[in-house]
Design a binder for this molecule. Structure first.
Ligand code: NDP
Length: 382
């Protein structure tokens, strides 16, 4: 039977790879969303012919509407338009590959609509993990991770019972600056940062991989998805990005998932689960690989990794504050307003100013803390 999916963040790195999977697997896409890139959205809409497309940016939505005036594709606008598109879609799975906090409302709308959520947008869980997970449980919605590490853990968890888990092993490539000291990190440029050694990704996550903030967010994401405390989640530097993560069980067995780094496998698995189907991704040649290496992360040169654990344990809106400050700091770095070494400074200074965030419980409290953290972080940029 043909599967119908919706793709959110279709014009981005994971979004385009999701569309590629749909082409190869023959899934129908009846709704997709994008941010501002109306030219690419038009090209995709003409190829895919979905029932509807939503653009987050109002001006881009108006432009797309004009571009598609000779078609029957319905164009929706803004965050509300994305959420309406999800509710009106006949898709049984929604791939959420939106970048940043903007992915949260669509995550909640997908759960509300009772559709399977193939989740790449880790920020949904970083910002409001307890709310998202409890809402999904209440609605009986399955959240299948698309993030490669979490997909690997999800797959490895089939080998045992939750009570038999000793720890989760979250692998990290270490990014382009692995082995550099704090002092050496002071002279890093934007071009150095965007050259990731193993994965080709969007710019924001590429910078987060270089600061290890991404791995910190992944600790929080894993804690929510799998109900495992960050105390039992160990980050291991694995430069080759072949073991995508693993689970260690109480009998000392380590069960992991190995493959070449290719997000299309993760998207496909999340949509087809529990089935496995042939993939267009290249197979792993173990003889060509030869060996794999593992090392401990340097948390003094890359302090944001431990910040994420602290934020998780502090609770409330603390992880949301971390995410908000990081979104502001990375955007400023990408515009070359601050240096690489300033990113952790902006994030940690903002975090320290927001002590009260731990008491936030409701979604509106969390969103208020997010807004305040952005304001404070902006103040450190000028
Ligand atoms: P990209 O920057 O490549 O793409 C982001 C997508 O989100 C684009 O379609 C963009 O639209 C859209 N978007 C941006 N802002 C908004 C907004 N305010 N409202 C709605 N849509 C918006 O990001 P990635 O694909 O790299 O990452 C997406 C998510 O997947 C992130 O959460 C990331 O952490 C996660 N992820 C990414 C991986 C990767 O390999 N790239 C691996 C694992 C997880 P437009 O371009 O039209 O403005």
């Amino acid at each position: 039977m043909t599967k119908t999916i919706a793709v959110l963040g279709a014009t981005g790195s994971v979004g385009m790879q999701s569309i590629d999977v749909a082409r190869q697997r023959g899934y129908k896409i009846d709704f997709f969303s994008a941010g501002r890139n109306s030219a690419l959205a038009e090209r995709l809409a003409r190829e895919i012919r979905p029932a509807a497309v939503a653009m987050a940016d109002m001006r881009a939505a108006a432009e797309l509407k004009y571009r598609l005036r000779d078609t029957s594709v319905k164009v929706l606008a803004g965050e509300a338009g994305i959420c309406d598109g999800i509710a009106g879609s006949s898709a049984d799975t929604v791939v959420n590959a939106i970048l940043g906090k903007a992915g949260l409302a669509p995550t909640l709308a997908t759960i509300e609509a009772g559709k399977r959520l193939a989740l790449a947008n880790k920020e949904s869980l970083v910002i409001a993990g307890n709310i998202v997970m409890s809402h999904a449980r209440k609605m009986g919605v399955k959240i299948i991770p698309v993030d490669s590490e979490h997909s690997a853990i999800f797959q490895s968890l089939h080998a045992g019972h939750p009570s038999e888990i000793r720890r989760l092993i979250l692998t990290a490539s270490g990014g382009p600056f692995y082995g550099k000291s704090r002092v050496e990190l002071e002279n890093i440029t934007l071009a150095d940062t965007l050259a990731h050694p193993t994965w080709k990704m969007g710019k924001k996550i590429t910078v987060d991989s270089a600061t290890l903030m991404n791995k910190g967010f992944e600790i929080i994401e894993a804690a929510h998805l799998f109900g495992v405390s960050p105390d039992k989640i160990e980050v291991v530097i694995h430069r080759e990005s072949i073991l995508h993560s693993a689970v260690e069980y109480i009998d000392n067995s380590i069960i992991g998932e190995f493959s070449l780094p290719d997000m299309r496998m993760c998207v496909q698995y999340a949509v087809d689960y529990p089935e496995r189907c042939e993939s267009a991704a290249a197979p792993l040649d173990l003889f060509a690989l030869g060996k794999m290496t593992f090392a401990k992360p340097d948390t003094s040169a890359f302090p944001l990794l431990d910040m994420a654990r602290r934020a998780y344990f502090a609770g409330g809106a603390c992880p949301a504050v971390l995410n908000a400050a990081d979104e502001v700091a990375v955007a400023a770095f990408l515009e070359e307003k601050i240096r690489f070494a300033d990113i952790p400074r902006v994030v940690m200074n903002t975090y320290d100013m927001m002590g009260g965030a731990r008491y936030a419980t409701s979604l509106s409290d969390i969103l208020a803390a997010d807004k305040e953290a952005r304001r404070i972080a902006e103040g450190y940029i000028k």
